[in-house]
Design a protein around this ligand. Structure first.
Ligand code: PDD
Length: 281
């Protein structure tokens, strides 16, 4: 693979970042994942906008302009011949060569910018989406600025491992009795013609796929209600699904051992997946 590190396109084996980088020592960094379908970036503008916001919220300087970032994305897709897959981007606060809780001076310490691609043939025509996901609920014990897309992903990884150990595909996180979101996606239930998902706040990541799917749902005359829901309500719903840049719309067929409907992907989720893929690619 050819990867990008601080201005250079190099083979992945030659990529180097300092051991003092605050991304490595303190998870002081933000990231974005943009999907690629047919060699085309999906909703780059949305991801660039959220990246700018994440950087702003953490007082982290942008490593370059968003136009330059777009060009780097395109170059990497081309150099690695990605037809279907993902582009991962990470910006960290860099390092001034020592470990300190206090941020280094942004005048003298440049942020670290790293990008790489992941080749994922069959991303759109996914067997997992045809089967649907089994969900395990776990407590949401993350920090309270989940609207910032930081690289602090230890708990989401642990949540996914708990799900895997329980024979499930993914975890939904629950706080004060209500579902916040999935370990790496936004969560939805469907009741009749109504799609229900938690409202935007600092409690959840403002999904780029969420924004696109809710807009497309409204255009398709589906009703959208942004409010909290519990695991119990989800277990009694007609359908459930998740959204993310890496899995688009993923139907949910089971929550904490309770099968939803007939245990196969729901028609609303499958239709939204189709509408989304048709519209975005
Ligand atoms: N995850 N919520 C969380 C906690 C996420 O990590 C993600 C994305 C989303 C969905 O956001 P979007 O639609 O913008 O991808 C919601 C990415 C894909 C990841 O960590 O790989």
């Amino acid at each position: 693979r050819i990867v990008y590190v601080n201005g250079e396109y190099i083979p992945e084996a030659e990529a180097k970042v300092s051991i003092f980088d605050r991304g490595f020592l303190m998870a002081d960094g933000v990231y974005e994942v943009t999907s690629v379908l047919g060699g085309k970036l999906i909703d780059f503008a949305g991801h660039a906008k959220r990246l700018e916001r994440s950087l702003n919220e953490l007082d982290m300087p942008a490593p370059c302009t968003m136009d330059e970032l777009l060009e780097i994305h395109r170059q990497l897709v081309e150099k690695n011949d990605i037809d279907e897959g993902l582009v991962y981007l990470q910006v960290t606060r860099g390092s001034d060569g020592d470990r300190d809780f206090v941020f280094p001076d942004p005048e003298t310490t440049k942020p670290t910018l790293v990008l790489f691609t992941q080749n994922k043939p069959g991303l759109a025509d996914s067997p997992a989406a045809k089967k649907g996901a089994k969900i395990l609920s776990v407590p949401d014990i993350r920090w309270h600025r989940r609207d910032i897309k930081t690289v602090q992903l230890l708990y989401p990884s642990m949540a996914k491992m708990m799900a895997k150990k329980a024979g499930c595909d993914d975890a939904w996180l629950v706080e004060d009795g209500f579902v916040t979101e999935g370990s790496s996606n936004n969560a939805y239930i469907v009741k009749g013609n109504k799609i229900i998902t938690r409202e935007l706040s600092t409690d959840i990541l403002h999904g780029i796929t969420r924004a696109a799917v809710l807009k497309l749902a409204a255009e398709a005359q589906m009703e959208v209600e942004e409010r909290n829901f519990t695991i119990e309500e989800a277990q009694q719903a007609d359908e459930a699904f998740t959204t993310s840049a890496s899995a688009f719309v993923m139907p949910v067929v089971e929550i904490d051992g309770t099968q939803l409907g007939d245990g196969t992907p729901g028609k609303t989720a499958l239709r939204l997946r189709e509408i989304y893929l048709d519209e975005m690619r």
